[in-house]
Design a protein around this ligand. Structure first.
Ligand code: HEM
Length: 498
């Protein structure tokens, strides 16, 4: 009898908790005890969480509040005004300490992407300062980029020539080049395109990104549940077995650097610079934040953020240009006029407004980080007047901003001209376009990503003509799902332009 009374009280209190919403909480659908709205979320869109959020916002408004699980508040934000306000609000600059985030960092709060507070500020500042010194966003690494580009072009040329119909398969082709540029700064070395170990790491990284789900992956779940229930691990996209080889590889690279006994002047890559700082700090303060594990976790963040996003952007841009031959020809004309027989360089960039507009439009249409990296309320705060309780996960929907007909005429249409002034001579900055985020959590790799995206896409389009495979389907723009959006593997007929 006592047990039954206890059970009834427990059930009633759970129902009350599940249906009771905090004061001034944003409107949104209600869920069930224990699971909240989790089982129903994907009924709005079974495939893409950002689309589900857009549909929900049509019913409940631009700021929606939900419970995912027994007590986790999740806020979905879909209008430019609300997204911008949230990105610029320092009280929302936290990150959820989800199982996925912890698994990437030995179960601790390490790295840059998923840490907060002073630790984050210190590590982000150090990393940005030194990556900048090592060439991030500077023309000094343009030679390195051009070298990688040369290899990529050779690879595409060989593939095209070895096929009687000049058909090239573009699956995973850009990742090696993109990561090699970053790896030169991180470790001072590069990989061969065909190195099987490196290929394995890139595949593991891609699988981590593709098997995840940004909403489910952000919900804190108790460790014992994760340990004992594989289906829960699969549900949230926790792939420890794929993360471990990446960490091991980074650890071995660091050990290799430690054994080299470098002098001060030799520190020309991030690992050496970090190790130098670590040794200095350890001598002064044994509990310093500069540790071996933190270095591994920072590199894991850079490696994973850098590999998928930039190569994904290049892939989507090429797909758009295969599908729209007129735009491809117009871009080629501009590149020929401005660069003559040479490859486009960063110095040409300001004289290539149409090319720039094409790149912006491809990023707008295929927003590869549609929900940014999830934010987290470190204090009670507000968005558009609604109360956002401390510890809420906040999903900021960039895709909803980039596709909103209020800001963009016919947002589903790929139209580079929308980023240009009337006579097409100048790029117009649009306040509703910020693919790298805004505020203090702004993408750490923005300048490197912008330069790589520009140099690679522009050079490939100048060098080759990309056409659809005859009698085959057009390359698909439907993204592959995951923590970011990726392009589907595609094939194209590739011929050298004379
Ligand atoms: C076209 C390519 C890229 C796009 C569109 C992109 C976009 C983004 C976005 C939207 C965020 C989240 C901002 C927020 O949470 O408010 C982010 C964060 C981040 N990105 Fe990128 N990114 C790109 C390339 C890169 C590259 C190449 C790197 C590394 C070299 C990188 C490293 C990071 C890191 C470390 C963060 C987390 C920053 C923090 O939490 O403080 N990204 N990126």
């Amino acid at each position: 009898m006592i047990f039954e009374i206890f059970l009834t009280i427990l059930l009633v209190s759970l129902i009350i908790k599940a249906t009771k919403r905090p004061w001034n909480f944003p409107p949104g659908p209600r869920g069930l005890p224990l699971v909240g709205y989790l089982p129903f979320f994907s009924s709005w869109d079974p495939q893409y969480p950002h689309e589900a959020m857009k549909k929900m916002s049509e019913v409940y408004g631009p700021v929606v509040g939900l419970f995912m699980g027994p007590s986790q508040t999740v806020i979905s934000v879909c209008s430019h005004e609300a997204v911008k306000e949230a990105l610029l609000n320092d009280d929302l600059n936290g990150r959820p300490y989800s199982a996925v985030a912890l698994a990437r960092a030995f179960g601790e709060k390490l790295g840059i992407m998923f840490v907060t507070g002073q630790f984050w500020q210190e590590q982000r500042r150090f990393t940005m300062r030194h990556l900048r010194d090592l060439g991030f966003g500077k023309t000094s690494i343009e030679d390195q980029m051009m070298g990688e580009l040369g290899d990529l072009i050779k690879d595409i040329e060989n593939k095209s020539q070895s096929d009687s119909e000049r058909i090239v398969n573009f699956k995973g082709i850009f990742q090696v080049s993109v990561i090699n540029i970053l790896w030169a700064m991180i470790a001072g070395e590069r990989f061969q395109r065909t190195d099987p170990k490196f290929q394995q790491l890139l595949t593991a990284n891609e699988l981590i990104f593709r098997s995840g789900n940004v909403v489910r992956g952000s919900i804190p779940i108790p460790a014992f549940v994760l340990k004992h229930f594989r289906f829960v691990r699969d549900f949230i996209g926790l792939k420890t077995e794929l993360i471990e080889p990446i960490q091991k590889f980074i650890q071995e690279t660091i050990e290799d650097h430690q054994h080299r006994n470098l002098t001060e002047e030799d520190a020309d890559n991030f690992i050496d610079v970090y190790l130098k700082e670590m040794n200095k700090q350890k001598a002064e303060n044994p509990s310093t934040n500069f540790t071996n594990k933190q270095l591994i976790s920072t590199i894991t963040d850079l490696f994973s953020a850098g590999a998928e996003s930039t190569s994904g952007s290049i892939g989507f841009a090429i797909i758009h240009l295969i599908r729209d031959q007129q735009v491809q020809k117009k871009m080629q004309m501009e590149l020929d006029q401005v660069c003559g027989e040479f490859f486009p360089t960063l110095n040409h960039r300001s004289s290539l407004p149409y090319t720039e507009a094409v790149l912006m439009e491809a990023q707008r249409c295929s927003s590869i980080a549609p929900l940014t990296v999830p934010h987290y309320a470190v204090k009670d705060t507000t968005i558009q007047g609604y109360t956002i309780p401390k510890d809420s996960v906040v999903m900021l929907n960039l895709d909803a901003v980039f596709k909103n007909p209020k800001y963009w005429n016919e947002p589903e249409v790929f139209r580079p001209e929308r980023h240009l002034n009337e006579d097409g001579t100048k790029v117009i900055k649009n306040d509703h376009f910020y693919p790298f985020g805004l505020g203090k959590r702004l993408c750490l790799g923005e300048s490197l990503a912008r330069n790589t995206y520009f140099l690679f896409t522009a050079a490939l389009i100048k060098k080759f003509r990309f056409e659809p495979v005859p009698n085959g389907p057009l390359p698909s723009l439907a993204p592959t799902n995951g923590f970011t959006l990726g392009y589907q593997g595609f094939k194209a007929v590739v011929t050298l332009r004379s």
